[in-house]
Design a protein around this ligand. Structure first.
Ligand code: IVH
Length: 667
């Protein structure tokens, strides 16, 4: 019986892996979804009956299930290097000339530079054994449990060989769009781009979550080609494809610089229409002996470069400038654009920040403007095309009255923003309520932007205490079109739960001007109760390292206003917790009392996780570098904050240093 089961398990594994390969790698299925499910169920059943026959790389593992409590380190047998960036054609020509000067006449392989994160995958006797992140290049993290859920990565190869391959783990654009739609409904912050989404997904402890993220792979590097008698990189790509890996069909062998330029131009045009994000083109010397004799610098191979595309700019018409009112009453001008596709997404609006910004750019309504979108998602109006003006454009006029309540706007001395000062302005109130419920504030799941607006317009909530009175309208709410019994029950439960939140959430939720979630936490930790905080003089507040004179005044003014005291008393009566109940601070000489900025991607932790840890150790994490910053933690692709840190001579910690500090912390 068992012998028979063993045989059938092998058969089913083969059928399922073949079907999986056809579907996810070749995009050419030969069996139906129903047949696939039938085989998978049969395999699951047999594995349940004979657990000792279930292989750790069985296709049933694709749905996830394994949960780990922390990521184990994994040393790379050969370091995982990254590539030097080049930004223009001259630099590519210089790269080619350098190689020619060494006496070579090279052919190149051009590949797309996939915007994800690199991974290393080990197979023994053709079976997937481990997967690891790049980490600092020397040591990565074991992500085997999540890697097994990636359908395009074979669990079994076509040959029973031992091999390591490397490539990019990424999330497709469509997958990210679906995921963000879902997150928007759940009031969760949206993921900024495909790369962050992939990095966050692969760092899940629970592989079931990783499995739902539908990650994908492109394999592009074979670290030990000579073990398989391979002489060129292009051969290595073909070899890996034959073994069952997903190798990008765009990869192209070219003879010279002209071939490289043709490839770059072609994919610059195709880029917006690709189903995944790329941020450039990788150019590699094809001949492996040539690669070996060119060698490496301490950081990079000398036989490859990554050409980075410039941020994409497109032209469209600025049809109007409209104004929105934020919760603090701040007025923002917004560009209304003729819809245009930039980097695969349709852009209709872009923030113009404030009056000065519009004036400096000299924008007129009716202008043809250029829109730029870099790797991340926020589009930017670059400039008007003045040479295309017809004379029919309209000058920009800053408004003088609130677009919602018509009260006169104020522009405070030395500030760029205009404010609606009417505390009862409906726009301010709605924004204030949305802010109160936000994930980083009271975190009331189910009270997202749209629902707050609906309830406000229907008169159920006019102010914050009304949220806690919604219970009394339960029946009415359950009868509303589109809501339903269960969702209202869940919502009321979430509201009830929020009463227990620690003080910092309430402080942030109250929307005191200039108090972000991090400052709220610092205040909550220091003063422990809202009454204690309310008692502080401006002078006392100013003594805190993180509170400047403007913030001290804002906090003090807030607690001076009778209406705010009344609000707090009303919330106390409704049973809201007014104490800090978070974790007590730990100490570390490298972190406690110091100000940090985190920039770029650290491979083994998200920025949020790093910032929380810093804050738990009594440090402060902020988002912009200034001369008050003590340390800048720099990951991959850091951007301008690193330049600023260098300019100001601020201590810089790279990933390796952060890892050392992180490992030394008691967690
Ligand atoms: S080759 C030694 N090829 O870009 C060769 N890298 O800055 C190492 N990447 O860390 C990498 N697409 O995450 C290579 N076709 C491609 C790539 C690629 C994306 C990423 C990879 C690497 C970074 C290099």
């Amino acid at each position: 019986m068992k012998e028979q089961a063993k045989k059938r398990i092998e058969e089913l594994t083969q059928i399922i892996e073949k079907a999986n390969h056809e579907y996810y790698v070749l995009d050419n299925p030969s069996i139906t979804d129903q047949e696939f499910d039938k085989y998978l169920r049969e395999l699951e059943q047999l594995e349940q009956e004979y657990p000792d026959l279930a292989s750790p790389s069985s296709p049933t593992k694709r749905v996830g299930g394994e949960v780990i409590d922390k990521f184990q380190k994994m040393k790379h047998q050969i370091p995982m290097l990254s590539l030097p960036d080049v930004f223009n054609i001259d630099e590519i020509i210089a790269f080619d000339e350098r190689i020619r000067k060494s006496g070579f006449n090279p052919e190149y392989v051009c590949e797309l530079k996939i915007d994800g994160l690199s991974g290393s995958f080990h197979y023994e006797k053709g079976q997937l054994i481990t997967g690891a992140t790049r980490g600092d290049g020397i040591t990565g993290e074991d992500i085997t449990h999540n890697v097994k859920t990636i359908h395009s990565l074979p669990l079994h190869l076509k040959e029973p060989i031992d091999i390591e391959v490397r490539g990019e783990i990424y999330m497709g654009r469509e997958t990210l769009a679906r995921l963000n739609e879902k997150r928007a409904k759940e009031n969760l912050p949206l993921l900024q781009n495909c790369r962050n989404a992939a990095a966050g997904s692969i760092r899940q402890l629970d592989s079931k979550i990783a499995a739902t993220r539908k990650l994908d792979t492109w394999i592009y590097h074979l670290p030990n080609p000579s073990d398989y008698g391979i002489k060129t990189h292009f051969e290595a790509l073909t070899f890996m494809k034959k073994l069952g890996f997903k190798v990008n069909p765009a990869n192209r062998l070219v003879k010279n610089i002209d071939g490289i330029l043709e490839f770059i131009n072609e994919y610059q045009e195709k880029r917006p229409y690709l189903p995944y994000d790329i941020d450039g083109v990788v150019i590699k010397v094809n001949d492996l002996e040539m690669q070996a004799s060119l060698g490496f610098t301490s950081k990079y191979p000398k036989w490859a470069v990554a050409y980075k595309f410039p941020a994409e700019e497109v032209l469209t018409k600025l049809t109007d400038i409209i104004f929105t009112v934020g919760r603090t009453g701040r007025i923002t001008p917004n560009a209304v654009l003729e819809p245009v596709i930039v980097m695969g997404s349709t852009i209709k609006r872009a923030t113009l920040h404030n009056e000065d910004y519009v004036m400096e750019k000299d924008l007129k309504i009716g202008d043809i403007v250029s829109i730029r979108k870099a790797g991340d998602v926020i589009p930017e109006v670059v400039e008007p095309k003045k040479e295309r003006r017809t004379g029919n454009e309209k000058d920009f006029q800053m408004i003088t009255n609130c677009p919602i309540c018509d009260s006169i706007l104020e522009r405070k001395k030395d500030q760029v923003d205009h404010y609606c000062m009417n505390p009862n302005c409906p726009a301010r109130n709605i924004e204030g309520l949305i802010h109160f419920c936000h994930r980083k504030a009271m975190d009331i799941e189910g009270l997202g932007e749209r629902i707050v607006e609906d309830f406000f317009n229907m008169g159920f909530i006019n102010n914050i205490p009304d949220i806690y009175h919604l219970e009394t309208h339960k029946k009415e709410l359950q009868e509303l079109e589109g809501y339903g019994k269960k969702s209202i029950e869940n919502l009321l439960d979430a509201i009830e739960r929020s009463k227990q939140n620690s003080l910092e959430r309430l402080l942030f939720g109250l929307g005191i001007e200039g108090i972000g979630d991090k400052t709220a936490l610092v205040l909550a930790k220091k003063y422990k109760t809202i009454d204690h905080l309310a008692m502080q003089s401006e002078q006392d507040l100013k003594k805190m390292k993180d509170i400047g004179s403007i913030l001290a005044k804002n906090i003090h003014d807030f607690f001076e206003k009778e209406e705010n005291i009344q609000l707090i008393n009303a919330l106390k009566e409704l049973g809201l917790n007014m104490k800090y109940t978070g974790i007590e601070e730990k100490e570390n000489e490298l972190i406690t009392g110091r100000r940090f900025v985190v920039t770029g991607t650290i491979s083994f932790m998200s920025r949020e996780e790093i910032e929380t840890l810093i804050s738990n150790y009594g440090g402060n994490a902020s988002s912009s570098v200034s001369n008050k910053t003590d340390v800048v933690i720099v990951g991959e692709k850091p951007g301008s904050k690193l330049d600023k840190a260098r300019e100001l001579n601020i201590e810089i910690w790279n990933e390796e240093k952060w890892k050392k500090v992180y490992d030394s912390l008691e967690k």
